[in-house]
Design a protein around this ligand. Structure first.
Ligand SMILES: [Zn+2]
Length: 97
């Protein structure tokens, strides 16, 4: 499945419209928690379901969204963290967590 539109909505959440016309809405804290970059992915507590990592406002401030080729979304965060590449299947998967 691929997105046909990706934006930040009025609530500050990421809104993804998929090509099957379904929609996913994700809070910045959810996206940051599941940041797929090597550094975050190696911090195992990020991905534990029995704990919640608390981020600072800067770490949850989405500065920019970019498409990577035609397969992924890159998010730039307020603390200059921008190495997480969310491929579309991963994005779909975490939207259902
Ligand atoms: Zn990361």
């Amino acid at each position: 499945m691929i997105p046909v539109n990706i934006k930040i909505n009025e609530k500050g959440n990421l809104l993804v419209k998929w090509d099957d016309s379904s929609e996913s809405e994700m809070q910045p804290s959810h996206l940051r928690r599941y940041c797929p970059c090597a550094v975050c992915a190696s911090l195992e507590e990020n991905h534990h379901h029995d704990s919640i990592k608390v981020f600072t406002d800067r770490q949850l401030n989405i500065l920019d969204l970019k498409l990577v080729g035609n397969y992924a979304l890159s998010i730039s965060w307020g603390d200059n963290h921008n190495t997480g590449i969310y491929d579309f299947s991963y994005l779909k998967k975490i939207s259902e967590l």
